[in-house]
Design a protein around this ligand. Structure first.
Ligand code: ZN
Length: 568
């Protein structure tokens, strides 16, 4: 019986199962997994957005399946991609802060597919997908979108200002044509939706042609310090229009990838999965960007699955899913062995239509104090979301998602029934997380900071992924005044930059850390500017000293805060 004939007979369910009396061996489709960085679900047409940002993804959803409520593991790139690849929550895969990398002992989606006979290839286009974070494991080829090392250096240095879509497509084409035995697993990371918002024409004016203000989508890392009061409504509309323009531009890149599959006759035999790592705050809860909070605008992601030969068209699945479910689902559809002991589960029963899965905890985590490991934990059900600080036992809030989908009114203890339900769900989630951490503790992530080169550290800082410090008033009669100081958390990684304006100091200057040892960390001839290593601590006093006389020219206390930064 031909497959086409089989499908004509068996298309009643969602997933078009093989028919006939005997069990057919599992198919081995090609798999293309596309992660669009910073793409929030509710800005896509197929998720109900009013603007036509996503004709390609909408078409993929119409021809395949769409999961309506999908939650990421966090609100930033590094842990979310580790969760995508391992099906583990952040506190179990361990890559929950910028100083950590995915350990080789972790089993990944690419490794499982390779073990099942797949050729595995990945294209990455943002600095946090760098193989130095451990993301290359399991890939036969894991390549940067940049053609040359020089291009990549340039892109890393200014990645938030780079337009990477075309070079990603060039690498995708090369990998599709690289040939070889076995089906192909291709992972594609598309970076352009990530701030800055600088879509090429005509996408830059597609949704806001009449704006005359100053918002141009550039230097958006500065917006991490801003509040809604710093923008006019017209500015905010322009900012949103540029974000939407980036989505439309990126949707076109996805369209080109699908065309490449069609041109090669691969479209019918390829499972295409489009998702994202996290969303983006556009001041819904007072701030901009991501890696700041865990409200839905920054953790609800799209999940659209197309596989013409096996998934019935137009399936919309309401049962909640999570980023950790992506890998188990792909593995089952690919007929590969599942990842052992993971939080994620295969969504194939839902793709079969008519089935449902038992309720399971949906969690998102955000370490917002790497020194102590203090984190925000969100646990979500279809009815509620509760946000807590598990280490200190504090509840931040509870939201009734049915009555208040935009999470504006905290009803913790105000609504006793919902509170009881959420607390029970929270307990269950905490128990599951503890179990998973124990199961995976043997491969706890090690600090990657020492092995990460300065270019990567600088880039992370430029993206706002490191904590910022605010300077306190200089003390004493000083001739040097500190300018705003940027400092990473002491146990994280990053570059601390201290800048002093020094009036007629002359001679050699030294910047020392005040204290028993007076540690010297910089010596500079002409200015009071220096960068430290990853060891700056909250409350450290830095002094600027004239090297020849020992005279203290200025001092400042650095205070590591997250206020106005990414995780307040
Ligand atoms: Zn991201």
């Amino acid at each position: 019986m031909s497959r086409r004939f089989c499908l004509a007979l068996c298309a009643a369910g969602g997933l078009l199962s093989a028919c006939g009396g005997g069990r057919t061996p599992p198919p081995r489709p090609n798999v293309v997994l596309i992660s669009v960085d910073s793409l929030r679900a509710d800005h896509l047409g197929c998720y109900g957005y009013s603007r036509s940002t996503s004709p390609t993804i909408d078409r993929l959803a119409a021809e395949g399946a769409l999961f309506e409520v999908v939650t990421s593991s966090s609100s930033w790139t590094l842990p979310a991609h580790a969760a995508l690849f391992t099906a583990l929550p952040d506190s179990a895969h361990g890559v929950d802060r910028g100083s950590r990398k995915l350990e080789a002992e972790r089993r990944t989606l690419a490794e499982a597919l390779r073990a099942a006979g797949y050729r595995t290839a990945g294209v990455w286009s943002g600095p946090l997908l760098d193989p130095r974070f451990g993301f290359g494991q399991g890939f036969d080829a894991y390549v940067s979108h940049a053609e040359t090392e020089e291009d990549w250096d340039r892109a890393v240095e200014r990645s938030h200002q780079a337009v990477t879509g075309p070079s990603v497509l060039a690498r995708v084409e090369e990998l599709l044509d690289s040939g070889g035995p076995g089906p192909l697993f291709l992972f594609v990371h598309l970076w352009d939706v990530h701030y800055d918002y600088i879509p090429p024409a005509p996408y830059d004016t597609l949704f806001a042609a009449d704006y005359s203000g100053e918002v141009d989508g550039r230097d958006l890392v500065d917006y991490l310090r801003m509040g809604l009061e710093d923008l006019s409504q017209a500015d905010l509309r322009r900012l949103t229009a540029l974000y939407d323009g980036e989505i439309a531009w990126t949707d076109r890149q996805i369209g080109t990838i699908l065309e490449m599959l069609e041109q090669r006759g691969l479209a019918d035999d390829t499972l295409v999965v489009v998702t994202s790592d996290h969303g983006e705050e556009l001041f819904e809860h007072g701030s901009f960007g991501h890696k700041r909070k865990l409200f839905d605008e920054s953790i609800r992601i799209p999940l659209v699955v197309g596989y013409p030969d096996r998934i019935a068209a137009g399936l919309r699945i309401a049962q909640p899913a999570a980023i950790v479910d992506v890998a188990p689902t792909i593995l089952e559809l690919a007929g590969a062995e599942p990842l052992p002991d993971v939080l994620g589960r295969s969504l194939v029963p839902l793709l079969e239509g008519g089935s449902s899965l038992p309720p399971a905890p949906v969690v998102a985590e955000l370490v917002d104090d790497p020194r102590t490991g203090e984190l925000l934990l969100a646990v979500r059900s279809p009815e509620w979301k509760i946000l807590v600080r598990p280490k200190s036992g504090r509840t931040i809030g509870l939201w009734d998602l049915e009555a208040d989908p935009f999470e504006q009114t905290n009803v913790f203890r105000v609504d006793p029934e919902l509170t009881a339900s959420a607390v029970a769900g929270l307990r269950s989630a905490l128990a599951e997380l503890e179990h998973l951490r124990d199961r995976h503790a043997h491969a706890s992530s090690t600090e990657a900071a020492e092995s990460l080169p300065a270019d990567l550290l600088r880039e992370m800082e430029s993206l706002g992924y490191l904590d910022l410090a605010v300077p306190q008033e200089a003390e004493g009669p000083l001739r040097a005044s500190p300018n705003p100081i940027r400092v990473c958390d002491g146990t994280g990684i990053g570059v601390t930059t201290l800048v002093w304006d020094v009036a007629d100091a002359g001679g050699l200057l030294e910047i020392r850390v005040d204290g028993p040892h007076g540690k010297l960390f910089a010596r500079t001839a002409a200015s009071g500017s220096a960068a430290t290593g990853p060891w700056a601590r909250d409350g450290m006093v830095f002094v600027l000293v004239a090297a020849d006389t020992g005279e203290v020219l200025g001092s400042t206390i650095v205070r590591v805060t997250r206020a106005g930064c990414q995780a307040d």
